[in-house]
Design a protein around this ligand. Structure first.
Ligand code: NAD
Length: 417
């Protein structure tokens, strides 16, 4: 159902105002953009998790002169009150929580109907739809920004196949994003999502974290901090070793399946928890996902093992196996930190940096997009540094300056006389 604008908008507005008070970096950039109007005359089309922090980014782009059209990047992560507030401000938004797969793609097409000059994507559905279904839109597009690991991986594959037709900035890969958003933001919000959805205690629980990349590392350390006993499952030998030396038990999925009370997938890969693992799980085990798509837990396999399934709480579905054991799936296997009704998404202070990177990267594309090659580009280092410096400033943290002597010393290759 589409959001009722007048009823929901005031609540959405309050949420947006609250997060904006905690996003000082983005607000500094908004102030600058509203004076310089670097996006004047440009149309931005975006597919993002439509929640309050995203609205803060959208309002920044609008302040910079852009006309913005928005769709969701996940059928469950949209907050209707935020959509209502944006729509009341005259922004074109095509999304509502719980939209069908068909509506999800129809809404992406609606964004493309606006003839965007710049795209912002999270997961690459908007960019891949443009290439596969709306090639007539490509010529006008100066470039795009991609927010997450799965999206960047897909776009690198497109570039390797020679299929990518405009430049994309991999916002995800910038140190200021991966180190803080993927690691701290996803960990904290995923644990918040699990707790708010289930009311479960983390302390003393056996938590299995599948994948020890940026997201998995944060997840394991935060779960341990809350008192969980953490097992990590990895396919990469270096990362498995890192997890071992970080003090975690590392095991194959088949072994971990027997011990886990809560399973969290963070791989960006398909079918990492399958039927053969589910068969080993104990009664009451909780399964959830923090990776971008709902493919990490084999949902068809889970359904086929079950003799009965029922919704036991909002966002908790119980699957009863033949022998009576019950497994609990959170938020339909979609990213639990954003898709759960009570999930709050990443903390505001984290999205302050991630969306500051997005806003500056969109500004960069407005200025330089036409000169860039159609491939995946890093975020320019000066943008990354600027965001980190602004964040430190907002935190009142001082940065040591290199002396002239130190600078000379670091640059010299000849030491002594
Ligand atoms: N929920 C969120 O808000 C959020 C935020 C950021 C990123 N993400 C998503 O989380 C996922 C992971 O992102 P990342 O930055 O940590 O990626 P990453 O590439 O750093 O880490 C993924 C890890 O999973 C491992 N892996 C792959 N297949 C595996 C398997 N079958 N079993 C065990 N381990 C396996 C890889 O070896 C790698 O170490 C992506 O889908 C990304 O888009 C979600």
């Amino acid at each position: 159902m589409k959001p009722k604008i007048t009823v929901l908008a005031p609540k959405g507005k309050r949420k947006i105002e609250w997060v904006e008070r905690h996003m000082p970096v983005l607000m500094t950039i908004r102030k600058e953009m509203s004076k310089r109007k670097p996006l004047k005359g440009l149309r931005v089309g975006a597919a993002l998790h439509l929640e309050a922090k995203t609205a803060a980014l959208v309002r920044t782009l609008v302040a910079g002169g852009a006309e913005v059209a928005l769709a969701g990047c996940n059928p469950l992560s949209t907050r209707d009150e935020v959509v209502a507030a944006l729509m009341r401000d005259g922004i074109n938004v095509y999304a509502w929580r719980g939209q069908s797969e068909k509506d999800y793609y129809a809404n992406i097409h609606r964004v493309l109907d606006h003839r965007p000059d710049i795209l912002i994507d999270d997961g690459a559905d908007l960019i891949s739809t443009t290439h596969a279904k709306r090639p007539e839109r490509i010529q006008k597009i100066r470039g795009a920004c991609e927010e997450t690991t799965t999206g960047v991986n897909r776009l690198r594959m497109m570039a390797a196949d020679g299929a990518l037709k405009f430049p994309v900035i991999a916002v995800n890969d910038s140190p200021a994003k991966r180190l803080f958003d993927n690691r701290f933001g996803t960990a904290e919000s995923t644990l918040q999502g699990i707790m708010a959805t289930t009311n479960t205690l983390i302390a003393g629980k056996q938590i299995v974290v599948v994948g020890y990349g940026f997201v998995g590392r944060g997840m394991a350390s935060r779960a341990k901090g809350l008192g969980a006993i953490v097992t990590v499952v990895e396919t990469d030998p270096i990362r498995a070793l890192e997890a071992t030396m970080d003090g975690f038990r590392v095991a194959r999925m088949a072994e971990a399946a027997r011990v886990g009370d809560i399973f969290i997938t963070t791989t960006g890969n398909i079918g990492v928890i399958r039927k053969e693992h589910m068969r080993r799980m104990h009664d009451g085990a909780i399964l959830c996902n923090a990776g971008h798509f709902n493919v990490e837990i084999d949902l068809k396999g889970l359904a086929s093992l079950s003799v009965k399934r029922r919704k036991v709480l909002d966002d908790v579905e119980e699957f009863q196996l033949k022998d009576g054991r019950r497994l609990h799936l959170l938020a339909e296997g979609r990213l639990v930190n954003l898709a759960g009704e009570r999930s709050l998404g990443h903390p505001m202070e984290i999205m302050d940096m991630s969306f500051a990177l997005q806003a500056l990267s969109v500004g960069y594309l407005a200025e330089h997009g036409k000169e860039l090659e159609p491939k995946v580009h890093d975020v320019p280092a000066e943008i990354d540094r600027r965001v980190a410096e602004l964040k430190l400033k907002s935190l009142g943290v001082g940065l040591e300056k290199l002396t002239r002597e130190q600078l000379g010393y670091l640059r010299a290759w000849k030491f002594g006389t």
